[in-house]
Design a protein around this ligand. Structure first.
Ligand SMILES: *[C@@H]1O[C@H](CO)[C@@H](O)[C@H](O)[C@H]1NC(C)=O
Ligand SMILES: *[C@@H]1O[C@H](CO)[C@@H](O)[C@H](O)[C@H]1NC(C)=O
Ligand SMILES: *[C@@H]1O[C@H](CO)[C@@H](O)[C@H](O)[C@H]1NC(C)=O
Ligand SMILES: *[C@@H]1O[C@H](CO)[C@@H](O)[C@H](O)[C@H]1NC(C)=O
Ligand SMILES: *[C@@H]1O[C@H](CO)[C@@H](O)[C@H](O)[C@H]1NC(C)=O
Ligand SMILES: *[C@@H]1O[C@H](CO)[C@@H](O)[C@H](O)[C@H]1NC(C)=O
Length: 293
């Protein structure tokens, strides 16, 4: 009885707590904090948020009427999409978005946002299917953690000032259908997106992107070093072979002076000379090539 009573009590308490917390809209307070945070973090020179985002009204679902906010249900303060495109907003990527825990779409395009895209972006917008940060002033590198936003269908980062390489891990985004990093300052190889219909336009106007459906990447400097060293090794082997050859010439001359009639002996020497060449080649090339690996 005691054993069966305890879990029952726990269940009743948990149920009561859930009922109470839902009744007090505890579960969605985070989304209100999210929008309050975004408003506080962004400079809004044209007053789009200032006039519409009024937090004095505490009716359930009141934030769903805010400019640019779409909720899962109009009577529930649970944000589905945030669309704040072309509002002249200034500031860094708003960290408060992390508190919109049910967000699936974020469009901050055509504003004046700057600084880096947060390194922990996958923890901020974990379930987002559409991320549009295009036409802003974002700089630094594209965070590799974007590859952990596994629900992404649309990723638009074009028209910013992003630098460095595109993380090749983005190729792991299996649902990606639309991708653009055009008009940035990116360099290096582009990810391989399998059979996703992504074209060269996605990469236009950067500093030097290559690979996949673009021009092949120039071989790495490491590789050309190896080539030079391999060439040097071949040269060394040739010099050694010539040295050995000259040595053999004089030696053979002496031998042939001694044993002129023995013709098969010449064959033997030719064979052993080949053997010496082989040894020399491995002596020269192997350590040098291993050194460059
Ligand atoms: C925005 O709100 C501030 C006060 O918070 C006010 O001084 C300002 O006039 C408002 N701007 C607009 C455009 O409504
Ligand atoms: C509060 O919001 C609800 C829903 O948006 C609206 O119907 C109501 O008029 C608002 N009340 C005030 C005082 O703004
Ligand atoms: C989320 O909201 C809480 C308040 O409930 C706040 O303390 C926290 O800083 C917010 N998180 C972010 C990332 O802004
Ligand atoms: C973008 O940022 C750079 C500095 O990183 C600044 O010089 C430039 O004026 C900014 N452009 C816009 C449109 O805000
Ligand atoms: C991505 O997710 C994997 C597995 O959950 C984790 O090990 C890794 O640290 C994450 N990477 C980033 C950059 O968040
Ligand atoms: C991509 O290719 C895989 C096999 O290579 C195939 O199973 C899949 O259906 C293809 N997807 C599309 C969208 O073409």
């Amino acid at each position: 009885m005691v054993l069966s009573g305890r879990p029952l009590t726990v269940l009743v308490v948990v149920s009561l707590w859930l009922l109470l917390s839902c009744g007090l809209s505890y579960g969605v307070q985070t989304d209100i904090n999210c929008l309050k945070g975004i408003k506080a973090e962004l400079e809004d020179p044209y007053g789009y948020l200032n006039t519409s985002w009024n937090f004095n009204n505490n009716t359930e679902g009141f934030i769903c009427k805010f400019t640019g906010i779409e909720c899962w249900h109009p009577d529930e303060n649970k944000v589905l999409n945030i669309r704040l495109s072309d509002m002249g907003l200034k500031g860094q990527f708003p960290a408060a978005i992390k508190n919109c825990t049910s967000l699936t779409g974020l469009d901050l395009s055509s504003n004046k946002l700057f600084g880096n895209i947060p390194k922990d972006i996958s923890q901020i917008i974990q379930f987002v299917t559409t991320l549009d940060l295009s036409s802003n002033n974002f700089s630094e590198e594209i965070p590799v953690s974007l590859a952990n936003c596994t629900y992404l269908n649309v990723l638009k980062l074009d028209h910013n000032r992003l630098t460095g390489h595109i993380p090749l891990e983005l190729g792991l985004l299996a649902r990606l259908k639309q991708f653009s990093v055009a008009n940035n300052l990116l360099t290096g190889p582009v990810p391989y997106f399998g059979n996703a219909s992504i074209t060269a336009d996605s990469y236009a106007n950067n500093l030097g992107l290559c690979g996949a459906l673009l021009d092949p990447c120039p071989s790495a400097s490491k590789k050309s070093h190896t080539t030079i060293i391999a060439a040097a090794a071949v040269g060394g082997v040739t010099v050694a072979a010539i040295g050995v050859g000259i040595g053999m010439f004089f030696f053979l001359r002496r031998v042939s002076v001694k044993k002129k009639e023995e013709d098969p002996e010449g064959n033997k020497w030719a064979k052993s000379l080949k053997g010496v060449k082989g040894i020399k080649a491995s002596e020269f090339s192997a350590p040098l090539l291993v050194h460059t690996l």
